[in-house]
Design a protein around this ligand. Structure first.
Ligand code: EPU
Length: 422
């Protein structure tokens, strides 16, 4: 198991491009099941979760090639129905998004309950309820869900929650097959829009991109195509916070700022100056603390366009440096505060009020400590705290960070941080 050793106290400065969005890339790889023609994904992040997803689609006979560091081509010409193995599928939540394309193309699949970050119960009831509305038969045997879709028909699907992966699953199930499906209460995260961009390129008919109602007209076949994965808005937020927590100034050079509007608005309430330059997919965004210092923040995590749960823990780390009391409500997951005792070891004044609320009093000087990350984003919070702390911080279990952040250590080094992998 690897560790990060961080010597904090350096102010991070400079410009950096973030990687492509993990939560778009994983679903696009799953989408390759839907066609026999090649798909090319530009700006694919080189992270562990992408490697696992490639192994999962390899079980279907899909091969891949890296054309350059971040350009991935998937060849589905030999794709066959299969049932993902337990050990692989339990490594990540996104494995459950193989269900949609497998049902859409082959009408059947058997999968285990998905794995992924231990951040709460993470039920799949919304998925199952939605698949049943499509007419999918679902039974459970030997710890797996046996799913069979005997007959396509026009359907209205009402999602119990605006779940990202459930929206993607229904979308991927219905772009093939000659039926019309309407999804009501769909999630609107930009990564879903990016997946729709790919599907449209492949010849799918989907109306309502970026809205909560998606209309899908199933097609007989899909072709191949190429799409560029959007910059990772979670990494954008994390890197900007790395600059802010160290009293530095970081510019992200490849942002789509419109996808981070709510974060920008939150930053502004904290007295953070935001500068934006350029248009389209290559905007530069810079965040700096104002002379009056960092103000406390109250946030509750919400589905897009609200404050995203994936930045909840980095925001808590930053809030330890704000003057006054910050309050964070985690409305989605009941297990996403496992990083709090680790931040407390470093001197943070945080009290936990139930499983959904924390209160942070600041500013508190942080000191280096030996800490353990429990999930991808908890790891990001500990890295930020380590960068701001005096002395040395050692973070255990950083494979979890590598699941979602591409070479975070190298990127931070390029901005002046002392961080090494040991
Ligand atoms: N939910 C249900 N039933 C379901 C599905 C979800 O009750 O069947 C609830 C969850 O318990 C949670 C909320 O709905 O309260 C959101 O769940 P969703 O299904 O949207 O989340 P997810 O698919 O498990 C994706 C991302 C997460 C991200 C969330 C929320 C992927 C692979 N994962 O998860 O990303 O936190 O949406 O935006 O797309 C991460 O990248 O670190 C990460 C955890």
């Amino acid at each position: 198991m690897s560790q990060f050793r961080i010597r904090g106290g350096r102010s991070l400065q400079g410009a950096i491009a973030v990687s492509g969005a993990k939560n778009a890339a994983l679903k696009m790889i799953a989408a390759s099941i839907l066609t026999t023609k090649p798909i090319t994904l530009k700006n694919t992040p080189r992270i562990i979760d992408v490697e696992v997803m490639l192994q999962l689609v390899a079980e279907f006979g899909i091969t891949h090639q890296w054309l350059d560091e971040h350009t991935l081509t998937l060849d589905s010409s030999l794709c066959q129905p299969t049932n993902p193995t337990d050990s692989l599928a339990r490594k990540l939540r996104a494995s459950f998004v193989l269900v949609g394309p497998a049902l859409g193309r082959f009408g059947k699949i058997s999968v285990p309950f998905p794995g992924g970050d231990k951040i709460g119960l993470r039920p799949i009831d919304t998925h199952l309820h939605a698949f049943r509305q499509l007419g999918v038969d679902i039974s459970q045997a030997g710890g797996r869900y046996e799913m069979h879709w005997p007959k396509r028909m026009d359907a209205d699907v009402y999602l119990l929650e605006p779940s990202v992966t459930a929206t993607e699953n229904i979308l991927l199930a219905t772009v093939l097959g000659q039926a019309k499906t309407t999804i009501y209460g769909a999630a609107t995260e930009p990564e879903i829009g990016n997946l729709i961009d790919l599907l449209l390129t492949l010849g799918a008919h989907v109306n309502g991109k970026d809205t909560a109602t998606l209309e899908i007209i199933g097609q007989r076949t899909l072709t191949g195509g190429e799409v560029e994965i959007i910059p990772d808005r979670i990494e954008i937020g994390t890197m900007l916070m790395a600059g802010l927590i160290t009293r530095g100034e970081i510019t992200i050079t490849n942002a789509i700022v419109g996808q981070s509007n709510y974060l920008v608005a939150r930053f502004q309430t904290m007295g953070i100056n935001i500068e934006i330059e350029g248009r389209g997919r290559r905007q530069a965004i810079t965040a700096t603390r104002s002379a009056s210092g960092l103000k406390p923040v109250t946030v509750d995590t919400r589905p897009y366009p609200g404050f995203y749960t994936d930045l909840q823990s980095p925001m808590a780390a930053l809030a330890t440096q704000a003057t006054g009391r910050s309050v964070i409500f985690e409305t989605m997951y009941e297990g996403r505060f496992a990083y709090v005792p680790e931040l407390q070891k470093m001197g943070a004044q945080i009290s936990v009020d139930g499983s959904h609320k924390i209160i942070i009093d600041g500013p508190t000087p942080l000191t280096g400590a030996q800490v353990l990350t429990s999930d991808i984003r908890a790891g990001a919070a500990l890295v930020l705290a380590g960068l701001a702390a005096t002395g040395e911080t050692v973070i255990d279990n950083i494979e979890l960070i590598d699941r979602g952040y591409e070479r975070l250590d190298k990127k931070l080094q390029s901005l002046g941080a002392y961080i090494e992998r040991i």
